[in-house]
Design a protein around this ligand. Sequence first.
Ligand code: BGC
Length: 820
Amino acid sequence: MKYQSIIEKMTLEEKAFMMSGKGTWQTVGYEKYGIPSMFLSDGPHGLRRQAGAADHLGLNGSLPATCFPTAATIANSWDEDLGEEIGRCLGEEAVVQDVQVLLGPGLNIKRSPLCGRNFEYFSEDPYLAGKMAAGYVRGIQSQKVAACPKHFAVNSQELRRMASDSVIDERTFREIYTTGFEIAVKEGKAKSIMSSYNQINGVYANENSHLLREILVDEWGFDGFVVSDWGASNDHALGVKNGSQLEMPSTSAAGAKEIIDAVKNGTLEESILNERLDELLQVVFDTHMEKRPEKFDMKKHHEAAKRAAAESIVLLKNADQILPLDGKVSTAVIGDFAETPRYQGAGSSVVNPTKLDTTLQLIGGYNISYAGYAKGYERTGKTNPGLLEEAVNLAKSAQAVLLYIGLDEISESEGMDRIHMKMPKNQTDLLEAVAEVNENIIVIMSAGSAVEMPWIGSVKAVLHGYLGGQAGAGAMLDVITGKVCPSGKLNETYPLRYEDTPAYNYYPGRERSTEYREGLYVGYRYYETAGIPVLFPFGFGLSYTQFAYSDIEAADKAVSFTLANTGSCSGAEIAQLYISADSQKIYRPAKELKGFRKVFLRAGESRRVTIPLDDKAFRYFNTSTNTWEVEAGSYKVLVGASVQDIRLEAQVTAEGTAGEVPDLRTDLTAYFSGTIRNVEDAEYEKLLGHEIPDGSWNSNGILDINDAICQMYDAKSPLARFACRIMTIIKDRSEAKGKPNLNILFIYNMPFRGLAKMTGGAISMEMVEGILEIVNGHFFRGLANLIGAKRRLTKANKELSQKMKDAGKEQEDNKWMTQS
Ligand code: BGC
């Protein structure tokens, strides 16, 4: 142990306190041992450093910071170096704001287009997500700040996110849901990682030794610390035992007592506690700085945010080459987003931007014959006939329309999943009305995830900016006018309809478990294998120029080909490499992304491009040998401009590994054909290798610590049912007003144990048991137990506090006892 000499001097109580936070954002520090306190702060696309009231839902304000485009946006650039540059900027801002751990990037797999946090995640593909995340991690950590990839792992739904059990087979778990993290850890060398709220096959991520020790440490060589998502710790002592170093937010003396008791009763060896502490201390000391710069260059970071947004814009349609826009064409600007941009998502990632550009402010600086502006629609609610009429009149008077539409704020938020993939009706009503009177509609989209576009035939062009951050408006005008040639490509498939998506019948899991029955067939892996037509395929994006691919040469370590810009303007192409394995005995998706390169070429220029075939190119996870294997044989290498637009093809031969290839042909027929929308129980059990766990809620109305608070609708206690009704009314009212109450939503979906984990140590787990007795109809017994448990907590608090003082701990440093 590197810090053995310090750890040896610490008392058990001091060590126990360090395994949980001090307040919402800090770690416990001890001046007498020279251990500084670390500050952890959100979030993935900008700092959310709270100086005042603290919360983990983005409800209270934070210090101004650059709001970069969100992960879903920058993933469309397919540019790891850009990710690294943004990471560097984030790191610089973190240092100035005295933040040692930046809670991001987020790289959960977009299993369904409906996940409320898709805007914070990179892709439906683990390779792309992992490569982008590794770039961010390298950039952030270049500034001596620890990055914290999150949420590890299999956390792809918001509904009941703190208590849902992701039931998943090992192969899918490895190939789809952990590969991105593997890349972020191995290639980015992440110094910390955040365990997710959910269970994985019945075990909470934060206490899952398979995830946190066997995979993360033993296989990937992770040497940083694991922090629980805020409130994701279930059994704190078990978490520490199984590989989690830090429980957040603070559970104060109540949490410390759990660790002390576990050491005393032998369920947690003190030597393991010491090891975890040592691992945590490495990062505490690594990220500590005596002197920090006081400012960062706001202008430079704003420019970086703009460049990132511009590189990530995706041109989805461009009929009659209407774009770039001719400066002589009189153009109306319609849509509220032009005036009040939709540039980031809601929840813990919310950034208080240093500046916010808008289209209306900037349009005068561009070569556009501006014919005026009409708002067109209200942010939420029904179609407004007055606004509609005004917009139609303006559209009549102009030759072209820039129509700013997309998803509104309530459509995408942490804490709630979307319920459909449609655009708000008041906006599509506007689109149809405007399209009646003007045939040159250019849609400018803002949305952090895929939407259906049944209206696409009525418009000439679509430019998708995703959520472009504080400088996104200017980036979009640069692309509209041709100052920048669009080069983004979709990080996710756009299905024709939500009903076509692979997890349609399984997502979201509504009760205890969420079954990942579609297996490996997420996104394009499904559409390509099952032959389902889509609106826009994965990796799709148009340009103002054209590219030609030729002369492929493929060997087992690399593939090269010539890429030429055959059009009339300079631009960048994202060349993608897919592998197609013609395996007989194991099932494989028709195509899988295994490499990509973004190449900038001037008009007429060509270049030889080489994409390495790395250790991920041919591997699959063999559940019989419990290891990664390569099947010997010949593989197709496909190089192209999207998963569907394959331009070059070659064969390579891979040497196999020794493990026997299991023959699954008769057991897993749905998985061999890719028709996984209705997998039968028997086949799913074969895939899982065990029985399907009963994922339904208790039907007897008896709730336990891991049942969600919203389940009180059915509780034995009338008081609990009443409380639940009140909460539901507040929740429904806020949703109807168009501004969901994230606090209520959080509590609603929170399991009862959250009462202990989210109250800064004011409630112990024992008290939660008492509360549950009341909820379960034993009012007096529960109340007596609750009072008894509270007394014991107060006593333990006093004793611990005294022990800490006796150990020489300064009063000043004892703040966590009171802070929440
Ligand atoms: C979110 C995390 C975030 C944390 C702290 C949680 O609710 O899931 O992504 O980092 O809060 O704000």
